[in-house]
Write a protein that binds this ligand. Sequence first.
Ligand code: ATP
Length: 353
Amino acid sequence: MEIQLRNITKRFDDLVAVNDLSMTIKDGEFLTLVGPSGCGKTTTLRMIAGLETPTEGTIDFGGRDVTYASPQERELAFVFQAYALYPHMTARENMSFALDHTGVSREEIERRIDETASMLGIEGHLDKNPPSLSGGQQQRVALGRSIVRDPEVFLLDEPLSNLDAKLRTSMRAELQQLHREIQTTTIYVTHDQEEAMTMSDRVAILNNGNLQQVDTPEVVYSQPANRFVAGFIGSPSMNFLDCRYDDASGTLQTAAFSVEAPSGISGDVATLGVRPEELTIVPSGDGDFSAEVTVFEQIGAYNIIHLEIDGLDETIVAQVDGSKHLDPGDTVGVEIDPKHVHLFDTNDDAVYN
Ligand code: ATP
């Protein structure tokens, strides 16, 4: 089912929660709405679900205007963070509940439950009540309850946020696998950019109710539309330094150093952005500038270094190989590859990626 949002605005009194949002979610796509707390993700999802009515704009499901249609008329399933399972019912009863009295035969209900349970790996738990299941198993029952309904659209609002980190990672993979199998149009809400990046066909980034960019994970990472997206996507975050472009020398100049500019810059340059993983640490005296290590974080597969740039009261972060060890107080050189810089103008729009 293709979903089209056309110029959707939602106001709560004076507050604009969602501002003039237009976007098409393709049939069968896994699209994630991501952004900081309060950016309008849940409000957008609730309007798609029919739980809120847009103040302005229209919503189409498969070419049908559903802007004012009730949730029941939209053939969708909604999974919330706080998945409300009935504690006095078994997992099987919780899953069949949504289908009772819908005209689906008992036999078909049981068949769907068994098939879904085996897809989710909970076939051994169907006769247990939720309180005797782990958080991850309960979450799977809640998902299963939605899947058996065979909806046209899945709406998921932070469904993994109650789970511990390890379980969250494995559920992410399971959800991806599940989506590959059932191919249902899925809209997923999270504030976690890593979750968004690892699971989605496309990611829609919101800030203050405004859509910033919607594209594949690869594109939002490598070609962020603006400084907000550049800083929000990627961990650790992109480093930003004030800078200007000097046409005569073909260099980018910060208050402390200049580096060769990439070719093909157009427009005014106000900010230089470099991802931590794109900085190269070289011996002191080499590279584009020198810096002092202030913090060294040993992660394992890679390490994180916080550096104070000489002559500039600015700290930047570099990500280095797990085998590289440095200590606070060490002085190093830092090299910037002109091919890997991102440049933003005074409006924070990208002028070079
Ligand atoms: P979070 O990640 O914290 O859930 P979110 O991105 O989902 O945030 P929304 O819940 O959509 O954000 O909220 C967007 C804005 O609208 C917030 O400022 C919020 O306070 C406001 N808001 C949401 N629902 C209502 C409501 N029913 N009445 C008034 N204001 C609301």
